[in-house]
Design a protein around this ligand. Sequence first.
Ligand code: AMP
Length: 593
Amino acid sequence: MIVGIDLGTTNSLIGVYDGGFVTLIADQGGRRLTPSVVHYPEEGEPLVGRAAERMRVLRPERTVFSVKRYMGRRIGEESPDMPYGLAGERGAPVQIDLGDRTVSPEEVSAEILRKLKADAERALGCAVDKAVVTVPAYFNDAQRTATKRAGELAGLEVVRIVNEPTAAALAYGLERMSENTRIAVYDFGGGTFDVSILELTGGVFQVLSTNGNTRLGGDNIDASLVRHLEEECGFVVTDPAARARLLEAAIEAKHRLSDAEETVVNLPFLESVSSSEFVLTRAMLEQIALPWVEKTRAHCLRALADANMEPSALDELILVGGSTRMPLVRRVAGEVFGRIPNCTRNPDEAVAEGAALQAAILEGTLTQVVLLDITPLSLGIETFGGLMNIILPRNSTIPCKAGEMFTNALPGQRAMLIRVLQGERELANDNWELGRFEIPFQPLPKGQARVGVQFEIDANGILSVLARDTATGLEQVVSMTSAVEVSDEAVEKMLGDALENAFEDMNARVFTEARLKAEEMLPSVAKALAMAGDRLSDQERARIMGCEAEVRDKLAGGAAQPLKKAVAALDEATQGLAALVMEMAMNPPPKGE
Ligand code: AMP
């Protein structure tokens, strides 16, 4: 069984698809939203979720929240003010400083995932060890890898990372809409705001653009509301515990005002003043929240501009994130995109629901939809020496395109064989060949021809490989059958083999690279030695020839590192010779000397 997880900045959820619908799993307290908060006591197991949330006021320096902001990040890239400290040199991966020890963001996230996993196992009565986990569309490779690693630490194999807006669109059933549906996903949560424009083509969601602000969310509204309440009371609350109660009262009132027009806020015995009561109307809250909500407008307009789209070209506007329960937020979002938002799903739960649906698709329980939005294995071509040269790495979001320039390895070569390969192994022959073709080019000295090779995968997973001789403009395009339709077992076997042979493979690559370098160097060193004649001291010549002999010996030996070292030593030893030969070429001796 594969579960779906929304690992959020503020809250996290876990769900599973069973018997035709998604069930989001509640914890022992009956709640489906688990606060993404971890408290580390001096001794004993960390507390996660609501229990940790309670410790946020009492032990802020040992209670980690919003850790998602630090996933895959390095010190100095982003350091918002948090009550807990960060550790590490500038440029090093972020570590969270708990005073007596440090933890990595992955470890903190792993605690949250471990709790979700345990809740699911209790509810389902079986082991849960595979998950689909969602991440923001703008997460880079390091942030995605860190998320996967958090899963591994929690004993979960992350079978797929899915973009949050894609998951939300899936929850809304938008994959069943007609082709070329364009969707805006407006995600206003507790701490962050994200907007994404997606397009559905050929059963695949493509993220056309994303924009947002990692410092904009319901938390800002809460802080402004707290300030307003303090003004009403006529004093500033400084005691942390009293502040926590005030904040809690403000948040509860804000939530009630999403349904009610007015509400009473009870502030019990703050700062030893007798308890007070205020009436707060929705209009007042909206006035307080408006400056924050208005800030989302510019991000939406930028996302539309980046996607090169007018609001009228959109087919759907969906709202995600707890703060979109506020009528004001719905109004502003609707206004920006010029349409009534689709609010038929629960905004806190849509992403987790989508993750569970994606899990069911991967499991094979849900078969009507195909949502193949990544390349399951790397794609590349064979280069000189029989090595795999990756052009599109595994897990690239499709549709995608990438290219690289290659040159001729032999002088006067008239054509280059393009062997299109799929797989994770270092040696070309260990990967699968998807096809091959030849691109002719004008004969030129070694290393001077320029052949551009471009890989493109369309929304249907069809790979087109284009090769072009830049000198003549002559090109060949070959389409390969679906590059994404690989059975899960085959992918698993390839990954397993790659892992199992990682050491040998890497050795083979290093050896081949060193061999190619050696084969290039030996003849040119011999030539240079002959040219230098007696201008090279006997001692220098002997040293170079010793290094040469060493390279030949190691070439025969077949071990990678010794050969690499011998080649490096020869390179080093011939620096003076190279300079001498260069100088001789520039200043030829006068005739007759
Ligand atoms: P999320 O990050 O998606 O879990 O959203 C959390 C944010 O949504 C917090 O700022 C909550 O205060 C806010 N939120 C949750 N429910 C409501 C509601 N009924 N009305 C207004 N805001 C809400």
